[in-house]
Design a protein. Structure first.
Ligand code: SF4
Ligand code: SF4
Length: 106
């Protein structure tokens, strides 16, 4: 279990990211990926490959040869890669209706 907020400075409760992720439900669209790399050659030239670090669920993985693969099935639709890929090399859209991640509240 990973505790990410242990400081009671702001009186907010501790947040356990693993517990939150465990509570999600995924409705995977096996026929249409909502995330795609636009140009694999751009990823090969991308130094640092920040997507591998900033995606909260580790959906980005470096492949042999320097390309990057997205495990779109595990995406929690946070939108980070939509704005944080330096050359804007990710095609991002919401999953089709009825698909994607479902958050439970309460
Ligand atoms: S940050 Fe963007 S360009 Fe760089 S490797 Fe990741 S998806 Fe490719
Ligand atoms: S939208 Fe968020 S969770 Fe989904 S692949 Fe991009 S960074 Fe990862």
């Amino acid at each position: 279990m990973t505790e990410t907020n242990t400081t009671p400075k702001n009186d907010l409760p501790a947040v356990y990211i693993d517990d939150i992720l465990m509570s999600l439900k995924y409705f995977t669209d096996e026929h249409e990926a909502h995330l795609k790399i636009i140009d694999p050659q751009v990823c090969i030239r991308c130094t640092g490959k920040p997507c591998v670090q900033f995606c909260p669920v580790g959906a980005y993985r470096t492949q042999d040869g320097g390309t990057v693969q997205i495990a779109f099935q595990s995406c929690v639709e946070c939108g980070t890669c939509r704005v944080m890929c330096p050359p804007a090399n990710v095609s991002w859209k919401l999953p089709r209706g009825g698909f994607g991640v479902a958050y439970k509240f309460g």
